[in-house]
Design a protein around this ligand. Structure first.
Ligand code: FE
Length: 354
């Protein structure tokens, strides 16, 4: 009886997935001149097309490997790979946040990247300890503060946010956001769960309002005086500074980025990264594309386009990011954040981070 129900449910799910699949646009990059390429690579990307397409087009042109791109929300793509199982066409998964890459790994959806020439391009801190994902850019989750704030120099470490001084002054998005989960996981990695819980509990008490909105909304809230400190990823401040919308630009100009923990372990760092799904049919082509993404030119283009930092040593950081000087990063924690994600989620729930 139960088996039949399971079968029926699965059948229904299969029909739904086929329908979703049929209506999801697949972008492929045609190029003039060459014959129809026999080789291909199918990408599932949680990153928007405009942030990766020119790089993929260049890869296709240089290698004659046809690139097919599907973009959607990262968590939906993870679910999709899980449901598709062995019939999944995905050869490469592109997403952001180590917590999310590690979730796909724990679900058994990924396989080892079996190439030392690729793995050696990047510092071991930025490669999964089991070789199931590799970083392609770095981002820093830190604070943006009001330029008017008089006591901003008192804020030196992420741990300082637990002090009474910041009561009703902190804005941040909700706990179901993976960026926040990884930030909390980094505090567990560095202090142990008990101390991390005490700190996070106090930080939550200092929130100026109920968490809502995205990172940009937190920066806007600071510029409107709803709070003095926003916990955000560094590139959102740059996106607002460069925005064509006057309100956003104004918010960018009214605020500044501060990097924390510079006199100890370094600022909390996260990544965007790639992984090869377990059922990839074009494994060698996926590896070739990863290697291409880690070449100097691709690294510089991709990092600049996303306002992020490249992961290979030779690649230049954009002028805007270089102007911030050398930022010390907490690289040692990165490989622990995925394993600690379930602990972080439970901890945030216990202390009432909504
Ligand atoms: Fe983001």
């Amino acid at each position: 009886m139960q088996n039949t129900r399971f079968f029926n449910n699965n059948k229904a799910l299969g029909v739904i997935l086929i329908l979703i699949f049929a209506f999801t646009p697949i972008k492929s990059f045609c190029h003039s001149g060459g014959d129809h390429a026999d080789e291909e690579v199918n990408i599932y990307s949680g990153r928007k097309g405009k942030l990766i397409e020119p790089m993929l087009e260049k890869f296709q042109k240089e290698t004659d490997i046809k690139v097919n791109l599907i973009t959607a929300k990262s968590d939906a793509l993870i679910k999709r790979m899980e449901s598709e199982g062995k019939s999944s066409p995905a050869d490469l998964f592109i997403t952001v946040d180590v917590g999310r890459l590690d979730r796909a790994k724990r679900m058994g959806l990924l396989q080892n990247i079996d190439s030392f020439s690729i793995l050696n391009k990047v510092s071991p801190y930025y490669v999964d300890k089991d070789r199931q994902w590799i970083s392609i850019s770095k981002r820093i989750r830190t604070v943006v503060v009001s330029k008017k704030m008089k006591d901003k120099n008192d804020l030196k470490n992420i741990e300082d946010l637990a002090n009474d001084q910041w009561k009703n002054r902190i804005c941040v998005r909700s706990s179901n956001n993976i960026y926040n989960q990884s930030l909390v996981a980094s505090l567990i990695a560095n202090h142990g769960e008990e101390k991390a819980e005490t700190l996070i509990k106090k930080i939550v008490k200092n929130f100026a309002r109920k968490p809502s909105g995205n990172d940009r909304a937190q920066i806007s809230a600071v510029s409107k005086g709803e709070c003095d400190i926003a916990i955000v990823n560094h590139y959102y401040h740059l996106l607002m500074l460069n925005s064509k919308e006057s309100e956003k630009k104004k918010a960018g100009n009214a605020t500044e980025v501060k990097f924390l923990n510079q006199n100890n372990r370094g600022a909390h760092v996260n990544i965007s990264g790639v992984a090869i799904p377990k059922n990839a049919k074009n494994y060698e082509n996926a590896k070739q594309l990863i290697s291409f993404m880690l070449d100097k030119d691709a690294q510089e283009w991709y990092a600049k386009t996303n306002n992020e930092f490249p992961v290979i040593k030779d690649a230049k950081t954009s002028q805007m990011l270089s102007s911030w000087g050398n930022i010390k990063l907490d690289e040692a924690s990165l490989n622990k954040l995925g394993d600690l994600n379930p602990n972080a989620v439970k901890l945030m729930d216990r202390v009432g981070w909504q």
